[in-house]
Each structure stands twice: as C-alpha cells, then as structure tokens.
Design a protein around this ligand. Sequence first.
Ligand code: NAD
Ligand code: DAU
Length: 360
Amino acid sequence: MIFITGGAGFIGGNFVHHWFERLAKLGLPPEPVLVFDKLTYAGNPLTIKVHLEAGRATLIQADIADRDAVRAALAQHQPRAILHFAAESHVDRSIHGPGEFIHTNMVGTFCLIEEARAYWGALPAADKAAFRFLHVSTDEVYGSLSDTDPAFNETTAYAPNSPYSASKAGSDHLVRAYHHTYGFPTLTTNCSNNYGPYHFPEKLIPLMILNALDGKPLPVYGDGLNVRDWLFVRDHCEAICQVLEKGRLGETYNVGGKNEVKNIDVVTTICRKLDALRPKATGQYEDQITYVTDRPGHDRRYAIDPSKIEREIGWQPAETFTSGIDKTVQWFLDNTEWIDSVRSGAYRDWLNTNYQSRVA
Ligand code: NAD
Ligand code: DAU
C-alpha cells in the first residue's frame, strides 16, 4: 500500500482518483492507499469519499509534525512508498501568516522524513530496496523569471521569494540531504501551477469561476501581466506515478506543460467560457474584472523546462490549456455539493482578510 500525506487536498485528492483509475486501466488490482491528512481548511474528505466508502482508501486525520502519529501509522500500514503532498500551499496566506508554513512545510517535513527513515531502516532488505519517498514540490522555489529568461530546469539556482516558497525550498533541501547523507531513497518533483477539479477557491482559477457566477468582482492583482505555466492536475498526477515507477533515486524532476499564460488572459478565457455555457441576463462576465492592489513580492513569471522528465521518464501531458480549462469550468458548474462544502465561514473570513484591504 502507499501512504499519501495531504491526500484530502486538491492535488493529493486528484491523485487518489488517478491512482485507482490508472490501476483499473492497466488491469491491475486496486493497491490501497492510506491518506494521512490534518484536514486543515484545504482538506476535504468529500473529495475522496467514493474511495473511502469503498474501503480502498483509509483516512487518518493527523498532523505530519506529530511524530507519534506518523510512527504509529507507518507501523500499522507498512507502506511500500510515501507520497508527500501535505503542505500549506497558498502564497497569499503565507504573506498574512507565515508561521503555519514553517510548521507544516519545514518542521512537518522534517518529522515525517525522520520517522520514514527509521521505518525504512528497519525494513527487510528486499522491502528496503523497493521503498520510495516522493516529495511533491513546486517551481516557485526557483523564484521569478523575466520575460526573456529561459524556463526553470533542475539546475536553476533556488531563489524563493515568498514565505511559502521559502518553506518549500527548505523542505526540498532536507529531502536532498537525507538522500545524500543517509542514502534514503528519495524522489522530488517540482511542478508548475496546477488547475482542475477540487481546486480550493482561494486560488486564481476556481476563485474567478465562482466569483463570476456569483456576480462578484474578479480581482486581478497588479497589471494582470504576470505569467504562470498551467498544468491540468491529472497530468501532474500521472507524472508522479511515472516518477515513482521509473525515477532515479535522489533525483529531482521538473513537471510542466509548456502552457505559459498571462493572468489576464486566464481570466478572460474563463469569462468567455462562462458567457457560452451560463450567459448572464445582461452584459458579459468580463465586465466584472477589477484590477486591485498587487501581491507583495509578486513573482513575475514562472516557466518549466520539462525536458528531463520527458527524456528520462517518457512523460508527456495529455491536456492543453484549452482542453483542461474546458473540463475545469464544466466541473465547477456541475459540482455544487462540493463547492458548498468548502465555502464555509472560514472561507468567507479569508476572502475578507485578503481582499477587503486591496484597493480597486
Ligand atoms: P492544498 O492546500 O489543496 O492541500 C494540502 C493538503 O495538505 C490538505 O488536504 C491539508 O489538509 C493537508 N495538510 C496541511 N497541513 C498538514 C499537516 N500539518 N499535516 C497533514 N496534512 C496537512 O495543496 P495542493 O495545491 O493540493 O498542493 C499539494 C502539494 O503540491 C503541496 O506540497 C504543494 O506545495 C505542491 N504543489 C502545488 C501546486 C499547485 O498549483 N497547487 C503546484 C506545484 C506543487
Ligand atoms: O507554481 C506553483 C504554485 O502555483 C504552487 O506551488 C502553489 O501552491 C499554488 O498556489 C500556485 O501559486 P500561485 O501564487 O502562482 O497561484 P495563485 O492561484 O494564488 O495565483 C496565480 C496568479 O494569479 C498569481 O500571479 C497571482 C494572481 N492572482 C491570484 C489570486 C488569488 C490574482 O491576480 N488574483 C487573485 O485573486
């Protein structure tokens, strides 16, 4: 079985779906998963309900920084691999309150990897040789590109600019050091911006879809010309499966779909899709676009050079930005139960914290 931290979040939850669908397509039995998740505001068991109810997935609600809980879960479930998705993941939240990011992304990763190393060290030789610890990280550790800089590759120097990316960079360095020092069997992936089903609506794409449908302003930070390199979440999940199977120990793999898009173009694309699928009584969704005060320290451009994972692993994304955004907008139109479940009082508090003080 495999042990998935953060498996009730956006990418971890999609990964659980992808894992079972992939095994079924390959004609393989459903290897069970243990989801180890603190269920913060970003974790939602509804995302993986179908697998929990079918008994293929088990959920333990606990903090990766709770070493006793990690140790007990490893001893009980005896995984062959740990896939580490759990993190505080939103840049704006890290600007308002960095403490949680240090706790989970750095201290939490340390606690998890220490317990994982002890567990791995005591495995019989064959299980020890087969064991993997795959750390899911981000392209934000590389900092910001100008319009003409080449895309990030695996040798680009780290230059994190936000408390979020600094805490992820710290966790990447720990993982690297555990391989180098202890021979611990690590793999690291650094991926670009994901989007798709179950995306928590604090992030650009789901926020814009839901604000548009609610008739609210669409808050574009700064001049709207920042660039992100978008990857449909299932393409990221498939990359993780392939790196787990074929990745070289101690290596890092950059994951991206060569879909660089300016923020304002992302927002207008969403507006036009909604105009077609759910037209307004009067006017167009673009009328709701509002330029607001920029994010402090806002990275200008991210772009991933995925040639290493393409060459060594043979991974290629299946979706373009056009096909992926179509699926995403349709999913948010169709899944009101899930959307209602995440728009709690705490979510509304966050919208007030982040947007009330931004000047239009
Ligand atoms: P998310 O915020 O949607 O989900 C994070 C999950 O981790 C939640 O289920 C939450 O409950 C859980 N969690 C948080 N703190 C925890 C703790 N202390 N102990 C146990 N569980 C905890 O994040 P996401 O967007 O799904 O990102 C998953 C991973 O992928 C993160 O490591 C992130 O840095 C990385 N990543 C994200 C993107 C992206 O575009 N979203 C891109 C590249 C890499
Ligand atoms: O690059 C990978 C990273 O992508 C992940 O590591 C992070 O976990 C993930 O949150 C994401 O970070 P970003 O900061 O790029 O994503 P976000 O959706 O918050 O913002 C995308 C862009 O849109 C960014 O330039 C800021 C802008 N933005 C965002 C919000 C929420 C707006 O203009 N308005 C908004 O309201």
